[in-house]
Ligand binder design. Sequence first.
Ligand code: FEO
Length: 171
Amino acid sequence: MVSKKMQEALNKQLNAELYSSYLYLSMSAYFQSVNLAGFANWMRVQAQEELVHAMKFYDYVNESGGRVTLGPVEGPQAEWKSPLDAFEHTYRHEQTVTGLINHLVDLAIEQKDHATNNFLQWFVSEQVEEEASANDIVQKLKLVGDAGGGMFMVDQELGQRVFTMPAAPAE
Ligand code: FEO
C-alpha cells in the first residue's frame, strides 16, 4: 500500500502526464494550422502516448490501494514561432518530466517503497527515449533551417509515426 505522501506525489504526476498530453495536442493543432500535417500527426501520436502514461499512474494508484484524485489541468501554450521552437519546447518539457520522475524515484527510495520504485523504472527508461527522440528532431530541424524542401522531407517522415498501444504487463 502506498503512503499518503506517495499517493499525493503519484496523483500529481498523473496530472503532469495529462498536461503533457494537452501540450502536445496543442502543438498538433498549431502544426495543423500551418499546414504541416506530418508534424501534426507526430504530435497527435505523442499526445496519445502521454495519455497512456497518465493511465499507468491512474492504474498503479488504484492497484496499490491508493485513491486517485484529479485536479485541474493547466491550459497549454497555443502558438509557437516555428517547428524548431515547438520541438525545442518539447525537448525542454521532456527534460522537466525526467526531473519529476527522478524526484518520484528519490521519494520511493526514501520511503523504502520498492513496489513504487519498480513501477517507476519503466518511466525512467521511457524518459531516455522521450528526450532522445525530441532532441533528434531538434537537430534535424537545425540542419534543415529555412529550406522548404528539407522541411517537406521532415514533415513526410513525421507523418509516418503511428500510435501503438503498449502491451499490458504480465500479471
Ligand atoms: Fe510522459 Fe513525455 O513523458
